[in-house]
Write a protein that binds this ligand. Structure first.
Ligand SMILES: Nc1ncnc2c1ncn2[C@@H]1O[C@H](COP(=O)(O)OP(=O)(O)O)[C@@H](O)[C@H]1O
Ligand SMILES: [Mg+2]
Length: 511
C-alpha cells in the first residue's frame, strides 16, 4: 500500500498477522523478503473524526499493518534488501522454515520457548552460551529465575556441569518435577534433575542442605585471605594481615584463622580492628572448620551444585563467592576440575557497579567474564537491576535474555550494553508480559521475542502470600533467620518471601 521502501512497508490485512509476527513478500521475481509486523492499526472512514457517514460503517473498516524489513532470503542466506517491495504485491504470513533461516534460529540446541506469534521453537546454541557467557536481566517478578532454570535444565541435559550461587534457596526445587504448565502446547515432559545443595552456613541454619560448603582453613596465605576481603578493606588493614601471617610463617607454620586473629590482635595499629571484624565473621560462620569440600565435586557433568546462601550475611556471601570462584578458576586453569558454567543469581550483590556497592567477589567474577572462555568456564549472570551490575561483566555476555524492564536507568543501562538496541526495542521491552523474553546476540541474528517454555522441574521462586490461608512456604523449606541491620542489597523483595508469614498473621487475625 502507498509508498514502500527497502526498510519498511504498509500492507492491508485480510488475514491474521498480529504485531510481532513475521510476513513475507516477493522481492523481484524469486526471493522472499522477510519482515516483522511492528504496528497494526484499525480504522473506519465512517467513524473518522472528519467525516461521519452513517451508512454501513462495517464495510469501510480496514486493518493496516506496518512491517519492518529484516532481509531477503537468497540462496539459503539472508541479505540486505536493496529494493522496496512493489505496491500491490500480496503479503503472506512467513513460513517456519523461512523465519528460522532469517532469524538464525536453526543452529541452536537449547530449547527456550516458542517464537511470539508463531508456534516455532526457539533454540540457543549451548557452546556459544557457555563459552561466551549469558545474562538474564529484568525487573522482579518478570520471570528471570524461571527463565534461568529453563536454560539450566537444557544445559544439564546436554551434560554441562553447573555451579549455582543461589542467594534465596530457590534452585533446590530443580530436584522435583513440575506439575503445572502448558506442557503439551510447548512439547515439554516434566522431570527432576540431579542436584546437590551445599550451604556455607552452619548445619543448624541450613537444615535442608545436602552438604556443608567448607574451605581448607589451614595455612592460608595472606594473598588468599586478602582476595576474600571486601574491596573497602584498606591497605593498612591488609598490611596488618600480611604482618600477622609473616610472623606465623616464621614461627614454623601450622596455623588457622583463630591463630591469625590472635596474632592480628597483637598489632599496635588501630587498623587491625576492621580486619579482625571480617576475620571473626568468617570464623563464626565455621566455613573454615571441618572437612573441606572437594572442588571436583562441585563441577560434575550433567549435574548442578547449588550454593544456598540463605542465612549468610551479605558481605560474607561476597567473601565466600570470592574464595570459591578463585579456587575453582585456578583449579580449572590447571585442568583439575571439569569445565562448566557458573550461575550468579542477584548478580548486583556479587558484582555491583561502581558507586552502587562493593563486594569481595567482583574481581574474580570479572576475571571469569574476561578469561573464562579460554579455560572452559562460562558465566550466567542474573539481575533485576541492570544499571547496578558491573558493566565490564555485562559487556562480556554475548547472549542476552531480557524480560520486562521499566526502570529508565535500567533501560538506559541495557541500551548501552547491547549492540543495535533501538528505541523501538526499548518500547518493546517495557511491554513484555511476564514469562516472555527477548533474546539478543549469540547465534541469533536479529532480536526475537519468545514465550519461555514451562519448566520441567518445579519452580522454587513461588512467592508466599502474606495474607492467605496460612499454608505458607509450600516449598517445604524452613526459612532461616535473615540477617538483621541495614542491608541495601536486598531490594528484591525476596527476603520477605522467605518469612513464614502464616504464623504471626494468623495469631493477629485470631485464626
Ligand atoms: N515462562 C513462564 N511460564 C510460566 N510461569 C512463569 C514463567 N515465567 C515466570 N512465571 C511465573 O512468574 C513468577 C515469577 O517468576 P520468577 O522467575 O520467580 O521472577 P523473578 O524475575 O523475580 O526471578 C513465577 O512464580 C512463575 O509462576
Ligand atoms: Mg528471581
Amino acid at each position: 500500500m502507498g509508498e514502500t521502501t527497502p526498510f519498511e512497508f504498509k500492507f492491508l490485512m485480510a488475514g491474521e498477522a498480529p504485531r510481532g509476527s513475521y510476513v513475507k513478500v516477493k522481492e523481484g521475481s524469486k526471493d522472499w523478503m522477510v519482515a516483522q509486523v511492528m504496528e497494526v492499526t484499525r480504522s473506519n472512514v465512517a467513524y473518522s473524526l472528519s467525516a461521519i457517514d452513517e451508512e454501513n460503517p462495517g464495510a469501510k473498516e480496514r486493518v493496516l499493518g506496518l512491517a519492518r524489513v529484516i532481509g531477503v532470503a537468497s540462496g539459503g542466506r539472508l541479505e540486505m534488501a536493496a529494493a522496496p517491495p512493489r505496491p500491490g504485491d500480496p503479503v503472506f504470513r512467513a513460513d517456519d522454515h523461512l523465519i528460522e533461516m532469517a532469524l538464525g534460529l536453526s543452529k541452536g540446541n537449547l530449547y527456550i520457548g516458542l517464537l511470539e506469534g508463531h508456534d516455532l521453537k526457539v533454540k540457543l546454541d549451548a557452546d556459544a552460551l557457555v563459552q561466551k557467557h549469558c545474562s538474564i536481566l529484568a525487573k522482579t517478578g518478570s520471570g528471570k529465575s524461571y527463565t534461568a532454570a529453563v536454560v539450566l535444565e537444557e544445559l544439564l541435559e546436554k551434560g554441562v556441569a553447573l555451579l549455582i550461587i543461589d542467594p534465596h534457596g530457590e534452585y533446590a526445587s530443580m530436584k522435583q518435577k513440575n506439575s503445572k504448565g502448558e506442557f503439551a502446547r510447548f512439547d515439554v515432559s516434566p522431570r527432576g534433575y540431579d542436584v546437590t545443595v551445599y550451604s556455607p552456613a552452619s548445619s543448624a541454619a541450613a537444615p535442608h542442605a545436602d552438604r556443608p560448603l567448607r574451605f581448607n582453613g589451614r595455612n592460608l596465605t595472606a594473598r588468599e585471605i586478602s582476595a576474600m576481603l571486601p574491596e573497602d578493606v584498606t591497605n593498612s588493614q591488609r598490611g596488618v594481615l600480611y604482618e600477622a601471617i609473616k610472623v606465623l610463617e616464621a614461627e614454623g607454620g601450622d596455623y588457622g584463622l583463630e591463630e591469625i586473629i590472635a596474632q592480628a590482635e597483637k598489632d599496635s595499629s588501630k587498623a587491625k580492628w576492621g580486619l579482625i571484624g571480617h576475620l571473626e565473621a568468617l570464623a563464626d560462620l565455621g566455613i573454615f572448620s571441618g572437612k573441606p569440600t572437594g572442588l571436583g565435586d562441585l563441577l560434575q557433568r550433567g549435574r548442578a551444585s547449588i550454593i544456598d546462601m540463605t542465612g549468610v550475611p551479605p558481605d560474607l556471601q561476597g567473601m565466600i563467592v570470592a574464595k570459591l570462584l578463585s579456587d575453582l578458576f585456578e583449579a580449572r586453569k590447571r585442568g583439575r576440575v571439569n569445565p562448566g558454567m557458573v550461575v550468579v543469581e542477584e548478580a548486583h550483590n556479587y558484582i555491583p557497579e561502581r558507586g552502587s556497592g562493593r563486594a569481595a567477589s567482583t574481581p574474580v567474577i570479572r576475571t571469569i567474564a574476561a578469561e573464562g572462555r579460554k579455560f572452559g568456564l562460562g558465566l550466567l549472570v542474573i539481575s533485576q537491576r541492570p544499571a547496578r551490575v558491573d558493566k565490564n561483566v555485562i559487556s562480556q555476555c554475548n547472549t542476552q535474555i531480557i524480560l520486562r524492564v521499566t526502570n529508565p536507568n535500567d533501560l538506559r543501562a541495557l541500551s548501552k550494553g547491547i549492540e543495535g538496541m533501538s528505541s523501538e526495542l526499548e518500547e518493546e521491552i517495557k511491554r513484555l508480559p511476564p514469562g516472555t523474553a527477548m533474546l539478543v546476540g549469540g547465534e541469533i541474528e536479529h532480536p526475537v521475542t519468545v514465550k519461555v517454555r514451562p519448566r520441567k522441574s518445579r519452580h522454587g521462586g513461588v512467592s508466599t502470600p502474606i495474607v492467605g490461608d496460612g499454608r505458607a512456604d509450600r516449598g517445604g523449606k524452613a526459612a532461616p533467620p535473615q540477617p538483621k541491620g541495614p542491608d541495601k542489597r536486598q531490594d528484591s523483595g525476596k527476603a520477605e518471601r522467605k518469612e513464614p508469614a502464616g504464623g504471626l498473621l494468623r495469631k493477629i487475625l485470631g485464626k
